[in-house]
Design a protein around this ligand. Structure first.
Ligand SMILES: Cc1cc2nc3c(=O)[nH]c(=O)nc-3n(C[C@H](O)[C@H](O)[C@H](O)COP(=O)(O)O)c2cc1C
Length: 213
């Protein structure tokens, strides 16, 4: 695999093939009964997150999906509800569960969280303590010293190379987030460069390593 994982993760083990990380029976040994938060933000790469949610659910993980309003413009919450088998959180003000406050209960419950895709905007929000949507609100309540939070950035290569993005990446690493990718190659804007979201198997492997397995 050519993708990179920065800080706080061992990355590829070198012992398993890339296809293993999409095989539900192989994944079961890493994810059965694990509680994984999939935080989804508004980029074209949301389609890749469908595969991540599907494979983790098949592997026996309890997958909770939270989406920003922008993310719901790309793929419907109904798709993620069907793939995860659980309600999807799209608003801080809609309380699906009786636990109050809901965002604290969701943060406490998860064993690991992955933001995929992680937009330029959400990256900036996360490193500046902004909690204006349900994704950043839940993530703000996770203690990263106990629960790994992984970010899979996805954006156009010019957006990725902006000084503000690069400053925010460094802040994210300093704050204890683990970055997965981004990858290099073809982008939805019909450019080739750095900023592609890492492939689903790379993201899944990175979560497994962050969980210590
Ligand atoms: C068609 C389209 C594709 C987009 N793709 C991306 C993307 O891949 N990465 C990104 O950072 N922003 C992308 N954006 C911009 C974000 O959707 C926008 O900044 C939004 O406010 C992000 O909100 P969120 O971070 O709360 O999800 C795209 C916008 C449009 C209209």
């Amino acid at each position: 695999m050519t993708d990179t994982t920065q800080q706080g993760s061992s990355g590829a083990s070198g012992q398993d093939s890339a296809s293993d990380w999409l095989d539900p029976s192989f994944l079961r040994t890493h994810f059965n009964n694990k509680s994984i938060l999939l935080a989804i933000t508004g980029g074209i790469a949301v389609y890749k997150t469908c595969t991540i949610v599907s494979r983790l659910a098949q592997a026996g993980a309890q997958v909770t999906v939270a989406m920003t309003p922008a993310a719901t413009e790309f793929v419907s919450p109904t798709t993620f509800q069907a793939l995860s088998g659980n309600p999807v959180y799209t608003s801080s003000w809609e309380h699906i569960e009786s636990q109050d406050p809901q965002h604290i209960a969701l943060a406490d419950r998860c064993d690991a969280a992955l933001v995929a895709p992680c937009t330029m905007n959400t990256l900036a929000n996360l490193v500046h303590g902004q909690t204006n949507d349900v994704v950043t609100l839940i993530l703000s309540a996770i203690n990263k010293q106990k629960t790994p939070v992984l970010l899979a950035p996805a954006m156009n290569d010019t957006m990725w190379n902006q000084p503000s993005t690069q400053r925010n990446v460094q802040l994210a690493i300093d704050d204890g987030f683990t970055l997965v990718g981004p990858g290099v190659g073809w982008q939805a804007c019909r450019h080739s460069g750095t900023g592609r979201m890492s492939e689903p198997q790379v993201c899944i492997e990175a979560i497994a390593h962050a969980l210590g397995s």
